[in-house]
Design a protein around this ligand. Structure first.
Ligand SMILES: *[C@@H]1O[C@H](CO)[C@@H](O)[C@H](O)[C@H]1NC(C)=O
Ligand SMILES: *[C@@H]1O[C@H](CO)[C@@H](O)[C@H](O)[C@H]1NC(C)=O
Ligand SMILES: *[C@@H]1O[C@H](CO)[C@@H](O)[C@H](O)[C@H]1NC(C)=O
Ligand SMILES: *[C@@H]1O[C@H](CO)[C@@H](O)[C@H](O)[C@H]1NC(C)=O
Ligand SMILES: *[C@@H]1O[C@H](CO)[C@@H](O)[C@H](O)[C@H]1NC(C)=O
Ligand SMILES: *[C@@H]1O[C@H](CO)[C@@H](O)[C@H](O)[C@H]1NC(C)=O
Length: 422
């Protein structure tokens, strides 16, 4: 879209306002997750020192993969384009867990616990056009992870994917054989019998910023060190399977305060760059780190593409709607693409990754998630660490979260794609 200099078209203003609103939601969410993580930490730390008897290990190691049940072999990632397809409603599809059975879910994504009582959104299955996406089999997934470290790195959406992955596998692990240690930045779920960990590392921009650990609410105060990544990346070394994302935090406004070089001028030496320009430099920094550090023979690298937001019901033709509030069905309109997914960013990701030496596998979730206006946490979530009150629920325009997803829900499908590639 071409715009004359100095003039901002009204649509952009609306977009900016929605971005700001999104950010308030995001901010609150981050804050409260830190609150809930400490309680999980206390609960789980007791069994941290448990050792598995030797015989158990033998039994497990010798257990063969049940190939009959492994329909991943029918899945050829070269042949199958999972991006194009449709959501199929099927009541015989039941999620592998619920927010009551899985103890590792943050309250802010536990929609059913938080009062959501329509259940249709849990019975949709992603059906690619030309192939079958294999069903997620927890046993096979854990076998694949045997002796390995998996780490999800990124923002709160990535944290959702991490929790989804844990919940998909954890039910088949006996209580004393698993543990969870939650930290502000780095959290580790351990499946002891499998000598495997499923970890999360908080780095919402991947690169460093002044708003990583202690989040700065006002996007204008945030300064990104677009060429610095070592502080975070040192914690990614030695991991076998890395799953990255970064998107929504770059969408806080049109310009981003960006620093690079020697910082001779201190924090004041920043330049204000267009979000997509800043994003490109930041992602290149990440790509350089991957290319110079990762041995592709031992480490797999995945990248989850942008998770769409659904802040504008006009995008899907619901003129009287309030964001994603009260939506109970996916969008049917094929190729639907809303204003919450920035095509420029997708192009940046594509062009940066294309030039990398180390192969990066995309978990391209954007199109399939675009259809799922029904699956966000909406009003069944928390605000500043507290469940929404009835009064707040009655004001979805200000309080509905149309960025994050209910669990179980759409991120389970993202992990189904990851699983198919393992
Ligand atoms: C619904 O899912 C079940 C179990 O996966 C499958 O057997 C059945 O064929 C599906 N029905 C339709 C209409 O796709
Ligand atoms: C679901 O909740 C809504 C309000 O949140 C209520 O009006 C409705 O009666 C509930 N439906 C069922 C089946 O419980
Ligand atoms: C467990 O996994 C780690 C890597 O995550 C490896 O270094 C270690 O040797 C493994 N231990 C056993 C007993 O397999
Ligand atoms: C990866 O393995 C191949 C063949 O096994 C070998 O030629 C190559 O040098 C290895 N790459 C690295 C970075 O170790
Ligand atoms: C939500 O949707 C239902 C049916 O689609 C409708 O009856 C109800 O009035 C809607 N609630 C609000 C607050 O818009
Ligand atoms: C993901 O899929 C979309 C189509 O929905 C495509 O336009 C985009 O280029 C893909 N992204 C990447 C990074 O491959």
């Amino acid at each position: 879209m071409k715009t004359p200099r100095g003039k901002i078209p009204p649509l952009s203003i609306i977009a900016i306002i929605f971005c700001m609103l999104s950010f308030m939601v995001l901010l609150y969410t981050e804050r409260l997750s830190f609150l809930s993580s400490s309680s999980i930490f206390n609960l789980r730390s007791r069994d941290a020192g448990y050792k598995i008897p030797k015989t158990d290990i033998k039994r497990l190691v010798s257990k063969p993969i049940d190939y009959a049940a492994d329909d991943r072999f029918e899945f050829d990632p070269q042949e199958c384009n999972i991006v194009h397809g449709k959501w199929m409603y099927n009541t015989s599809i039941k999620p592998l867990y619920s927010d009551r059975t899985c103890p590792y879910l943050d309250r802010h994504v536990s929609c059913v616990k938080n009062g959501r009582n329509d259940s249709d959104y849990r019975h949709w299955q992603w059906q690619p056009d030309d192939c079958m996406l294999p069903r997620f089999n927890p046993k096979i997934a854990l076998k694949k992870l045997q002796g390995k470290r998996v780490m999800f790195v990124g923002d709160s959406l990535q944290r959702g994917q991490w929790q989804s992955f844990i919940c998909l596998v954890e039910s088949i692990i006996p209580k004393r054989h698993k543990s969870m240690r939650r930290g502000r930045v780095h959290s580790v779920f351990r499946a002891k019998e499998y000598n495997a960990t499923i970890e999360f590392y908080w780095a919402p921009f991947l690169i460093e910023s002044n708003s990583d650990e202690h989040i700065i609410g006002d996007p204008k105060q945030r300064i990104l060190r677009v060429d610095s990544i070592a502080k975070h990346a040192q914690h990614w070394e030695g991991v076998d399977i890395l799953v990255f994302n970064t998107y929504i935090w770059w969408m806080s406004g049109l310009k981003i305060k960006s620093l690079w070089g020697s910082f001779a001028n201190g924090e004041e030496g920043f330049e204000e760059l267009d979000a997509s320009v800043s994003y490109r430099i930041g992602l290149k920094t990440w790509a350089n780190w991957v290319d110079s550090t990762i041995d592709p023979n031992t480490t797999r690298v995945f990248f989850t593409t942008m998770s769409p937001t659904h802040q504008r019901s006009e995008d899907w033709g619901n003129k009287d709607g309030i964001k994603c509030f009260n939506e109970t069905k996916p969008i049917r309109n094929r190729w639907h693409w809303g204003s919450g997914s920035d095509k420029r960013i997708m192009n940046v990701v594509d062009s940066v990754v294309e030039k990398m030496k180390v192969p990066v596998t995309f978990i391209n979730i954007t199109q399939l998630s675009e259809y799922r206006i029904d699956a966000h946490t909406s009003i069944y979530t928390e605000l500043q660490g507290e469940l929404l009150t009835d009064e707040q629920k009655a004001d979805p325009l200000h309080n509905a979260d149309c960025i994050h997803w209910c669990l179980p829900g759409v991120p389970d499908t993202w992990n189904q794609i990851l699983y198919a590639h393992l």
